[in-house]
Write a protein that binds this ligand. Structure first.
Ligand code: GLY
Length: 352
């Protein structure tokens, strides 16, 4: 393993983020565990097969099961299907459930493991950039409910998240860009000298540079983002304060996604986050919003609100983080310096 990031709470190890040269490194990462069940996104079958082969060779692979993954299918029913499969294939309390896929897969598998027999251990091999820098780190698991995103779930940490940047070489460009939005978001929250480097690299990739040709720079930035997230989660696992910063742009994004589903428009989570970050920037500083807009557009991301601002209001009030009409908005002072301010949704909308 090239990098190991530990997530600790008051000294106690919660989880680890590991760097793999390839998915086959799962054999070493999973060496301390007993029998392993692999649940995977059918779109990530090629990576799941490699993981299964590596674990088969260690004699500890118990079962492999595909799930069909979509935002609409991110439901309690799919989680129950995973429970059924675990039960039918004889998973006991010592089982490790390994999820191979993007954020929807890791969210659902993490939730399924958290409630199966009152909780078994789980681990992730994220196969999208978005999951590598955000969804598969930090222990947020769950499903959508009544068209509301991630309304039902728990925070419970994976044993480890094994990040293998080579899987991104086969990721569709639109999915890569979706993750790029979360990567940029992370460095707007905590720069560490990485934001401008990420803008330059993502701009080159959007302009046609191959991921394979820039893999070392990308790997370094993914791990820098993972380290930022790991630090935040170590300090505020249950999102009572600092972790809220990771929701930069997300109150707008969730509303955009909700309206998109209602109106059958096709907008990915990362695209909605990109638009949401520009909207959040407008709440404090229009010149910063202009700079971010040009950086995001160079990375191939959309930045314009796809709906009239007023129509977002009702959707924003449905957000699970809205309390008494007020939302903890994450605002940007400058790149690397964000803060939280409670604001009514109406006030935020009036500034767009
Ligand atoms: N995706 C934001 C968080 O994990 O807190």
């Amino acid at each position: 393993m090239q990098d190991v990031i530990e997530i600790r709470e008051e000294g106690r190890l919660l989880s680890r983020v590991l760097s793999g040269a390839g998915v086959g490194d799962i054999a070493a990462a999973a060496a301390p565990y007993g029998r392993i069940w692999i649940v995977y996104d059918a779109n990530a079958a090629v990576h799941a097969r490699k993981a299964a082969q590596a674990l088969e060779a260690t004699g500890r692979l118990a079962a492999v099961g595909p799930i069909s993954v979509s935002e609409e299918g991110k439901t309690i029913q799919t989680v129950m299907d995973i429970e059924d499969w675990l039960l039918e294939s004889g998973a006991d309390r010592d089982a490790l459930l390994l999820a191979v896929g993007g954020g929807i897969t890791t969210d659902m598998a993490g939730f399924a493991a958290s409630i199966y027999k009152r909780g078994i251990r789980f681990a992730f091999i994220p196969t999208t950039l978005l999951a590598q820098v955000d969804a598969a780190i930090g222990g947020k698991t769950g499903v959508n409910f009544k068209s509301l995103k991630n309304m039902v779930g728990v925070i419970r940490q994976p044993e480890f998240t094994l990040i293998c940047p080579d899987v991104l070489e086969t990721l569709p460009a639109r999915d890569f860009r979706s993750g790029a939005a979360e990567l940029l978001k992370t460095f707007i929250i905590e720069d560490g000298g990485n934001y401008e480097k990420a803008v330059a690299l993502l701009g080159d990739i959007a302009a046609g540079a191959s991921i394979a040709s820039r893999s070392e720079e990308l790997r370094r930035l993914i791990f820098a983002a993972a380290a930022v997230k790991a630090g935040v989660v170590s300090r505020d696992q249950f999102e009572n304060g600092e972790r809220r910063k990771l929701n930069l742009g997300h109150t707008f994004a969730h509303a955009i996604e909700w309206l998109s589903r209602e109106q059958k428009r096709d907008i990915t989570h990362g695209e909605a986050v990109a638009i949401g970050i520009i909207a959040a920037a407008k709440l404090t500083d229009s010149s910063l919003a202009d700079k971010l807009r040009s950086d995001f557009e160079a990375a191939g991301l959309p930045t314009a609100l796809p709906f009239p601002a007023k129509s977002l209001e009702a959707a924003m009030l449905k957000d699970k983080k809205a309390e008494g009409g007020k939302v903890h908005f994450v605002l940007i002072r400058s790149i690397g310096d964000v803060f939280i301010e409670d604001m009514t949704v109406a006030e935020a909308i009036s500034k767009l």
